[in-house]
Design a protein around this ligand. Structure first.
Ligand SMILES: NC(=O)c1ccc[n+]([C@@H]2O[C@H](COP(=O)([O-])OP(=O)(O)OC[C@H]3O[C@@H](n4cnc5c(N)ncnc54)[C@H](O)[C@@H]3O)[C@@H](O)[C@H]2O)c1
Length: 299
């Protein structure tokens, strides 16, 4: 290379350094973990995973198993469309959280791929539509068991499975809703599940604290997703707009960033916590600005 060529190269390198935007802090560089609960691009788990991937993390993903005779394999295809283009997405495997063999297989694969992991996201809930639509007292016995097993026991099961391969300093996160703290009519049996999930999170925070691992819950305001729609999100969106101190609903991205925060070292002193990402709705003790509407209508 001639002296002139070398000088030109040095000049170009200097130029590009000056114009390059400052590199974002990569919170998840060198971190690995498992994301449970992506159904499609609207899923809260995907919003959180996107943040982690953007910040250099490596993720394994699970999807709800498809029926063997379903040629289209829709559950897998919907998630694969999202994960395939991502360099940091290391694997995508089926897992029914109510099946112990599935859980065992997933965590064996996770250990084979990553060795130890630093984060675990549990972002799943399920209740039969009929039960969700009933007054809470009329929840069926079988529906109650199914909702509790899918939405609550699953957190215990995956945390126990992750425990032997979690690095000290690691973090477990579950997704909850305010309907577990207070009665939110319409949320019904899922509210009972979320109360049990919140309590489970606190007990797990104690158990895992002895291993140097944190456990927290993120309580999201209403977000349009598959599960959200089944739990009555549309009505809630309007109510939050009027009642939340911020006067608006939260976005997928906001929930994604806060979820990633709780799974990262940036929250290293936080455990046993419910972080509300709901525009402040949970802080209200009255209908707030909705009162003005009520006054107008009763005039
Ligand atoms: N959308 C909201 O407004 C909102 C608000 C607060 C909390 N949450 C909670 O967030 C979590 C994620 O829900 P979402 O809103 O992203 O909806 P979503 O439908 O995108 O995600 C729910 C996930 O649960 C999975 N799932 C259900 N049963 C399962 C099982 N047996 N095994 C494995 N996976 C199973 C589904 O496959 C799906 O991926 C849920 O716990 C939900 O209650 C949602």
């Amino acid at each position: 290379m001639s002296v002139l060529e070398t000088a030109a190269m040095m000049f170009t390198a200097g130029q590009s350094n000056r114009t390059k935007p400052k590199r974002l802090k990569m919170q998840f560089e060198g971190k690995k973990g498992l994301i449970i609960g992506v159904a499609n691009d609207h899923s809260i788990a995907w919003a959180i995973a996107q943040e982690i991937l953007k910040q250099g993390g490596k993720c394994g993903f699970t999807h709800l198993p498809d029926r063997a005779d379903d040629e289209k394999q829709r559950n897998r295809r919907r998630v694969a469309k999202l994960t395939d283009p991502e360099d940091g997405a290391e694997f995508l495997l089926p897992m029914d959280a109510n099946n112990d063999d599935d859980i065992r297989t997933i965590f064996e694969h996770t250990e084979k791929t990553f060795g130890k992991i630093d984060f675990l996201l549990h972002s799943i809930a399920f209740a039969d539509r009929d039960d969700l639509g009933r007054e809470t007292m009329h929840t069926s016995r079988s529906g109650f068991k199914l909702a509790m097993e899918s939405s609550v026991f699953s957190l215990l099961a995956v945390t126990a499975a992750a425990e032997p391969i979690m690095n000290p300093g690691g973090s477990v996160l579950t997704m909850t809703y305010y309907g577990g703290e207070k009665c939110v009519p319409g949320y019904n049996v899922m509210g009972v599940c979320k109360a049990a999930l919140d309590a489970s999170m606190r007990y797990l925070a104690f158990d895992m604290g002895a291993r140097g691992v944190r456990v927290n819950a993120l309580s999201a305001g209403p977000i349009r997703t598959l599960a959200g729609r089944a739990a009555g999100v549309e009505e809630m969106l309007t109510m939050y707009e009027h009642m939340a101190p911020m006067g608006r609903n939260v976005t997928h991205e906001e929930v994604g960033k806060s979820g990633a925060f709780l799974l990262s070292d940036a929250s290293s002193g936080i455990s046993g916590e419910i972080l509300h990402v709901d525009g402040g709705y949970h802080a209200m003790g009255s209908p707030g600005r909705l009162l003005d509407e009520i006054k107008k209508q009763t005039k």
